[in-house]
Design a binder for this molecule. Structure first.
Ligand SMILES: [Ca+2]
Length: 81
């Protein structure tokens, strides 16, 4: 019985998030935003132009909403681990 309950819990974990990548995975200085430098750690081929396209507010930082929108539109893909 206990094993079945754990299996259900794991299935819920896998099904829940549309995207696994969140700002906290990329943000290394803890300001809850992603700078170009932080983004380039996960995406070595990232260009300033591509970063600017993700940063739709133009404040040179990518927040959770901008990251989610970029993932949803396919502008960026989740980095391979
Ligand atoms: Ca921004």
């Amino acid at each position: 019985m206990r094993r079945a309950a754990v299996g259900t819990f794991m299935a819920a974990l896998i099904a829940a998030p549309a995207f696994a990548l969140t700002v906290s995975d990329v943000d290394t200085d803890g300001d809850s935003q992603i700078s170009f430098t932080e983004m380039a750690v996960k995406y070595p081929d990232l260009t300033e132009e591509a970063f600017g396209a993700v940063d739709t507010s133009g404040d040179t930082l990518v927040d959770e909403a901008e990251l989610a929108a970029a993932l949803e539109s396919g502008m960026i893909e989740e980095p391979a681990e």
